[in-house]
Design a protein around this ligand. Structure first.
Ligand SMILES: C[S@@+](CC[C@H](N)C(=O)[O-])C[C@H]1O[C@@H](n2cnc3c(N)ncnc32)[C@H](O)[C@@H]1O
Length: 224
């Protein structure tokens, strides 16, 4: 597998993102990477589960490890709420260390040593990063991932359908459906109509939620 060629840039909330030459896309919203990740994945994902399901241990599956921002925010969430998190993330094109060094997330989020560990730890091995947070990074294409049926939440963070339309179609979304436990949720920044119809065709109950700054809507899908 090729390692992607990427450039560092700043988004409107002052937080970093990367631009992939390979895919012609940014890793996050240019309106604010940190704001987007917090809004979509933490507030409408993890916080929703914490409040509504009263869980003490959460299994997360992420499509697209990228910069590790979602993983860092989930690690902080685990620590702040004393919740155990098992974080399984899938990534085919790991970002080079030289680009990772430019990311400024720990300036506002903290957990600098843990962020380094998230990136430096081996692929394809389960690692305990803190007492609350374990990570398992799989170096794999989404297309080759074989589903497992016990996650409470999926962070679906592929590049947008304009860039990678096939990842928002039924074959990949079926893997998501089969990987979730009953009552589990998928959250994503995307609110495209055809994507939501694909989710419904698989049996998901689909919610439209207000999007992060610069985006009208996002999606949360519940496995009923
Ligand atoms: C939108 S970015 C992910 C952002 C990431 N969650 C973060 O916080 O930085 C999409 C990610 O999916 C990865 N990717 C793209 N196509 C893939 C594929 N077919 N299989 C696995 N990973 C893929 C890219 O390398 C990139 O890291």
């Amino acid at each position: 597998m090729k390692i992607s060629s990427v450039k560092h840039c700043l988004t409107e909330d002052g937080s970093s993102t990367l631009y992939s030459d390979q895919f012609g896309a940014h890793y996050h919203s240019t309106h604010g990477a940190l704001n987007e990740s917090m809004h979509v994945f933490i507030e409408h994902g993890l916080e929703y589960l914490r409040i509504n399901k009263n869980v003490k241990r959460i299994k997360i599956l992420e499509f697209g490890f990228g910069t590790g921002l979602n993983a860092l925010l989930a690690l902080r969430f685990a620590s702040e709420h004393a919740i155990g998190i098992d974080y399984h993330t899938l990534e085919a094109y790991p970002v080079k260390a030289t680009q990772l060094q430019k990311l400024n997330y720990t300036t506002s989020v903290g957990y600098s040593n843990e962020f380094d560990l998230l990136h430096e730890c081996n692929w394809n091995t389960k690692i305990e990063v803190t007492d609350q947070f374990k990570i398992h990074k799989s170096h794999i294409k989404f297309e080759d991932y074989e589903e497992q049926d016990n996650y409470e939440i999926i962070f679906f963070d592929a590049f947008a359908p304009t860039t990678q339309s096939h990842l928002w179609e039924v074959p990949i979304l079926k893997k998501c459906y089969n990987s979730l436990s009953k009552g589990g949720i998928l959250v994503t920044f995307c609110a495209k109509g055809s994507f939501k119809r694909n989710l419904k065709s698989l049996g998901f109950s689909v919610e439209r939620l207000p999007g992060p700054p610069g985006k009208r809507e996002m999606t949360r899908a519940l496995k009923i």
